[in-house]
Structures are given as C-alpha cells and as structure tokens.
Design a protein around this ligand. Structure first.
Ligand code: MG
Length: 303
C-alpha cells in the first residue's frame, strides 16, 4: 500500500463549473488560497472553455494572471480543444490537462469532436507546444458514458494507446458520471498498467452513485498515485446529465490519514475550505466529514 497519495484539488474548476451561482474572481482566489494553505500540492484552477457554454469559467485568463505565484503549489488548467490548449499554455500555468473523451456521443457533446480526432489533436498540440508547462491527459467517460452506457475496456485502451503516443507525464482516468465500482477501478487500472507499466496514473472520481470513496480506495490499492477531489464534494459536468459532485477532499483526507497514508493536506483546513465553498454557493454541499466532525474530535484528542 502506498505511504503517500497526492490529492489534486479540483473545486475551483470541476467543483463550480456547473453551478448556476457565478462566483466572483475574488471568491475563486480566496478558494484557491484556502487550497494552498490546506497543503494541496496541485490545484486545477480553471478550464479554458467557451464562456457561452460554461459561464462560470469566463474569467479563466484573468484568474491565472491573479494567482499567487510564490507558493509550493502547482497550478493546472483544463483544456478541451486547440483554442483552450493554447490559452492554457499562454497562462503560465505549471500544467495543462487536456481532455479526450472515450465515447463518441459524449465527445461530441462535451467538445464537438469525435474521439479519434481528439486523440490526434492532443498529439499535435503536445508536439507544437513551445511553453514550459508539462502536459497531462484526462480520458473522460473512461468507465461509462451518459449517452452510450458501458465503456468497453478495449475501447478505453484504444484511447489510452493513442494518447500515450504523445508521451504525457501522467494519464488520468475519469469516472465523469460516477458509475464505476471498485472492481471496475481495479480492472481498468490493471489493464492500463499492463500496457504502460511506468506511466503515473491519476484518478478523477464523481460520487454520483455513492461509490466514490470506495473507488478511491480501490484505486490506491491498484497503484494510483494521485486522486482528484473537491472541498465539500462539489462538482458536476454541464454536458453530462445528472453527473454530481466529486469525492470530497476532506472525506478523502480523513480516510487516508486514518489509514496511515499521507496526503500533505491538513484536515481542519480542508473542512474550513469546504465550509467556505458551501457559504459561497449558498447551498448545502455533499461532504460528510465537515458535518460529522473529525475523529477523534479536536476537543478530546489530548484526553
Ligand atoms: Mg469531473
């Protein structure tokens, strides 16, 4: 079992992208500041998408200009197409994460292209990039598609093969609509690992069917080195019907730290951040540890 797992805070991007209440640039910066102070080593700060399609991300360029740069944190920008990739590379972020969707229908709805064209574009963009940022790839709908249903493993591996030709520094498998179970996670990680023994594998989970935290555990057992999560378990996708929140950062930290797996994220500060985003969105968020409290409680820990 891993002694350390990296957590990538995605609340400033996935966490709020589908929220109707638009957060101000200042609120987003405060959220990112909380993630930095909580000890996140990487933060997905925004996505470079068409503001007409995702209004919450309209301030991506301004946000990147305003980011505090004197931190230990690496910042990630998400891109779905050429324009987004180029904007992300020009925003002086540490990383660009490009999305390729494994299923045709969702690929068309999410980014108006077919899967093989997405693979080709990713390879072209990596080859053309002259900026110093490193580039990773997320394979969306890796466990199931909101429109086509099951995602055959062979199909997933075809997409993995195509993306790996660009030599990304990591590959993320995304359960975009939260359909995976722990057995699916183990099977698919093992299948990718058998093909590419050395590539770092990251997991992006949604807790839509309450399997998120179990899937995180299965992923770690299968050798995943990094997990996406969001404060309070906020999250969703504008183009995937009924997709709900990511796994909650503070719930994940609680589970891992109790298991002796170090994350670098401070649980109390993560809970503070979850309360911050709950207040900012003016709605109850799904995270559970923030409601139940830590254990042992801070009041009794020394008794
Ligand atoms: Mg997502």
């Amino acid at each position: 079992m891993a002694e350390r797992v990296e957590i990538i805070e995605v609340s400033p991007r996935d966490g709020i992208q589908n929220e109707k209440k638009l957060l101000s640039l200042e609120t987003k910066l405060q959220l990112i500041d909380r993630a930095v102070k909580a000890g996140a080593s990487r933060i997905e700060v925004t996505s470079f998408v068409n503001p007409n399609r995702v209004p919450q991300m309209a301030d991506a360029d301004d946000l990147c200009q305003a980011l505090p740069r004197d931190t230990h944190c690496k910042y990630i920008g998400l891109a779905l197409n050429r324009r987004g990739f180029e904007r992300a590379c020009n925003a002086e972020l540490d990383e660009v994460n490009f999305v390729v969707v494994a299923s045709e229908t969702f690929s068309q709805k999410n980014q108006a292209t077919d899967t093989n064209s997405g693979i080709r574009l990713f390879n072209d963009l990596v080859a053309e990039n002259t900026q110093p940022n490193r580039v990773g790839v997320t394979i969306a709908a890796a466990f199931g598609c909101p429109f086509e249903g099951e995602m055959p493993i062979d199909r997933l591996l075809h997409v993995v093969d195509g993306c790996m030709a660009a030599n990304p520094f990591e590959i993320a498998l995304a359960d975009t609509i939260g359909v995976a179970t722990p057995v699916d996670i183990a099977e698919r990680i093992a299948a990718v690992r058998a093909r590419f023994p050395d590539v770092p594998i990251r997991l992006h989970l949604h807790n839509t069917r309450n399997t998120g935290i179990a899937n995180a555990w299965a992923g770690i057992q299968a050798g995943v080195y990094a997990l996406d999560s969001s404060f309070g378990g906020v999250g969703g996708c504008p183009f995937a019907p009924r997709a709900t929140g990511n796994i909650a950062t503070e719930d994940l930290v609680y589970m891992l730290e109790r298991a002796g797996i170090h994350t670098g994220v401070d649980l109390d500060k993560a809970i503070d951040a979850a309360e911050f985003i709950e207040a900012a969105l003016e709605k109850t968020v799904p995270g559970m540890v923030m409601k139940a409290g830590v254990f042992p409680s801070n009041d009794t820990a020394s008794v």
